[in-house]
Design a binder for this molecule. Structure first.
Ligand code: 4G0
Length: 244
């Protein structure tokens, strides 16, 4: 899968992409990330990428010409793949969207800076707007890296483990059960006996209940769309009753 990233700060990308699983996925040929500096497509002496807003008010707005020139030079006009703007006004990013994007052979990610981008970029160039959440950052670069990361780890073979991303938190619609590793006692704190019992069916049952209880307490909204058995529902009913 190929990503084309358009940014005013291309140097922010290699430090993250050159580590760990993303580095390995790139070396294995599963992932290709090409980062393009929007400033390379400015035509004026000062390489201007932003300007004051029409109508006044504070802040600066990214000019449309260098953005259109950059994206069209790399992807053609009109671009043949989705062009995604990372934007606090976009649709909230989820594991489901990561899965949809992972089915694409190629994606363009556009990183805004300043107060945002000229509205004509959004209207006539961008095909999707994605937000990482209800907060404002100084630029779309960190959200772009987060999208690349979430999508890349879903590509077949990207995670060493063949069970891959299937039992991740959110893949099932539930939060994850608690994980423990050695030592069995740390500073006097033990681990649940069931995990040392060797009873695999009991361990699975405990994990499922922990995942359900955690989701019920911390993210009850997720239970609306989770895939639940009759036994799960009965257990959730006992949790609700113990709450009063
Ligand atoms: C476009 C994304 C880009 C518009 C980008 C800001 C947070 C997110 C940017 C704006 C970003 C996120 C309208 C302020 C760059 N901040 N939550 N900053 N406006 O995904």
């Amino acid at each position: 899968m190929r990503f084309d990233v358009f940014t005013l700060f291309p140097e922010m990308f290699p430090p993250y992409l050159d580590e760990s699983i993303l580095k390995r996925a790139r070396e294995a040929g599963l992932l290709d990330v090409q980062v393009h500096n929007i400033r390379d497509w400015t035509a004026d002496k000062h390489h201007t990428t932003d300007d004051v807003p029409y109508g006044g008010g504070g802040g600066m707005v990214m000019k449309p010409e260098p953005i259109f020139a950059a994206v069209e030079a790399v992807l053609g006009a009109p671009p043949a793949c989705p062009v995604i703007l990372l934007d606090p006004q976009g649709r909230p990013f989820t594991q489901r969207i990561a899965g949809e994007l992972a089915a694409q052979p190629r994606l363009a990610l556009l990183c805004g800076r300043y107060e945002g981008v000229d509205e004509r970029v959004r209207q006539y160039l961008v095909t999707d707007q994605i937000s990482l959440g209800d907060f404002v950052l100084t630029g779309g670069e960190l959200p772009a890296l987060a999208v690349i990361d979430a999508v890349a780890r879903l590509l077949p073979g990207a995670l060493g483990d063949p069970s891959g991303a299937a039992d991740d938190s959110h893949a099932s619609g539930l939060l994850e059960y608690p994980h423990y590793t050695r030592p069995p006692e740390f500073r006097g704190w033990g681990i649940p006996d069931v995990l040392l019992s060797g009873h695999h069916a009991e361990i699975e049952k405990w994990r499922r209940r922990e995942a359900l209880a955690r989701t019920f307490r911390q993210r009850p909204d997720l239970l609306e769309n989770a895939d639940l058995t009759d036994e799960d529902r009965a257990f959730l009913d006992t949790l609700r009753q113990s709450l009063g």
